[in-house]
Write a protein that binds this ligand. Sequence first.
Ligand code: KG4
Ligand code: ZN
Length: 334
Amino acid sequence: MTSLPCDDTSVAVYDSERGILSNIVSSQLIHVQFGGVYPEIAAREHTKNFLPVLDKAIKDANISLDKIDAVACTFMPGLIVSLVVGVSAAKSLSFSLNKPIIPVHHIEAHIFANFLVKEIEYPFIALVVSGGHTELVLVKDFEKYVYLGGTLDDAVGEVFDKVARAMDLGFPGGPIIDKLAKQGKEVIKFPRPLINEKGENRFNFSFSGLKTAVIKEIRKGIYSKEDIAASFQSAIIETLLKKTIDACKEFNVSKVVIAGGVSANSKLREEVSKIKDVEFYYPPLYLCTDNAAMVAYTGYKRFLKYKKGFGLSFESKAKCRIDRFPELLRNFHS
Ligand code: KG4
Ligand code: ZN
């Protein structure tokens, strides 16, 4: 029920029969002035926000805390100082209520946010696009993940944020660029990094060169912000979708689940609607960016599978690939 991987404090209550009963997200607007997340401030804000957010989630769900059957929390990957606050809060809750605790991987939660709307049949390719991650994963089943590739440098959302900062547009930059690009045209052909790469880098991404090219163009001051936004966004989307479709072909999969904050992008959604032979899924807008409903639901799936909690000894980790964490769960059993 809790989710604190970076700068959002969130608590949700999920009921297996009635669905999401509440999903409170408190975003730390304090970081806007810095154009990025300041770790120490993020941790302090989480500490301050957790109890009021928990209180509101319980009130909105119209239940009492003793009606909670289990507590799920994000334990990896993410900003370690934020994860530590979230895991400590969830462990305290689990201990005081004497209810099982279930650790959830952040990327896994983004993927399964899609299941809150509709169960999706396996196998599928997950295109994970967020502020911290850009990954392609073959999802064979719950906890059966094959990592196909990811970014070698910047994540997609991070590039949206940095380009927006270079244009003095505010933070987070993704939604602002999305809106601005609607009024622009693709007049600049920015590089599509690694797009036709074969071999081991075929499913990897690299966006830092594209970011530098866009920032150089901004500084030249020739084109409007709208045209730069539209041109930059096209380069990103074409690269993401080319590799996603390549993965579908190589693994003979016809479903793609888009996950993470950038899945809210309207141009990305428009482009996937034009693709035939592959079915695309993406979450409703309120489940795209970080939220605890996706964590609560993934925790519920894990609880159904193991029928028990995982003890209080597990710790948060800043990094751990989605395909590697299910084996860690075995060491956590209570
Ligand atoms: O998944 P998320 O909430 O946090 C992480 O786990 O990183 O993703 C946040 C990212 C930010 O970089 C934000 O700019 C981006 O998602 N984002 C978007 C849009 N809405 C949010 N990027 C492009 N277009 C959008 N509409
Ligand atoms: Zn996220």
